[in-house]
Design a protein around this ligand. Structure first.
Ligand code: ZN
Length: 198
């Protein structure tokens, strides 16, 4: 099922995700819906906050990206990053490694807005998968960037927080407009709910 993606201005995007204690059918269904939603929106990652659930759960799929290389190490061995996609990370912990580099990012919660963001070139990730098994992977390049972006979402951090102040200032009127539209949408929804419950 394709879920609506929340946009900038929705307070859930700023919420810290709660750790997932039990990986049950609800979590498995949520992850499947998030993968479907991410694919439908042509995104490379989606965090639970973006569909209205403040949980430590994110999905990624970088297999359609051909112009920005990624590397993957699984169990200490080099692996084909595409073979691990779509990737579901539950309760992920990350460690940053290597040099930092600046690259362009977008976000499904910020339609048509992109910015240059500095990220570590490599990350080590410890997370659980949908089977509840703890996995440990090393990611480099674009996949490392995508994982850092999603890991930020799980902690209520958005990519605009990591933009240089001049770049963010240049976007300020567009961001304010988007925030206003989102808030208007939320109050319309709330009005509708109270009407139907009366
Ligand atoms: Zn995002």
């Amino acid at each position: 099922m394709i879920l609506p993606i929340l946009q900038y201005g929705d307070p859930i995007l700023r919420a810290q995700g709660k750790p997932i204690e039990e990986i049950d059918d609800r979590i498995r269904e949520l992850a499947a819906n998030m993968i479907e939603t991410m694919h439908a929106a042509h995104g490379v990652g989606l965090a639970a906050q973006q569909i209205g659930e403040a949980l430590q759960l994110t999905v990624l799929d970088i297999s359609a990206v051909e112009d920005r290389p990624s590397t993957l190490k699984s169990d200490g061995k080099d692996a084909d990053p595409n073979s691990a996609m779509p990737l579901v990370l539950i309760n992920p912990e990350i460690e940053l490694h290597g040099e930092t580099e600046v690259g362009v990012e977008g976000c499904l919660s910020f339609p048509e807005i992109t910015g240059d963001i500095e990220r570590a070139h490599c990350v080590m990730v410890r997370a659980q998968n949908l089977e509840g098994i703890t996995i440990q992977i090393g990611a480099g390049g674009f996949l490392a960037r995508a994982i850092q972006h999603e890991h930020d979402h799980l902690n209520g951090i958005l990519f605009i927080d990591r933009m240089r102040s001049a770049a963010k200032a240049a976007l300020s009127s567009r961001l304010r407009r988007l925030q206003k539209e989102t808030k208007r949408g939320i109050s319309r929804r709330e009005a509708l709910v109270s009407e139907t419950t009366l």
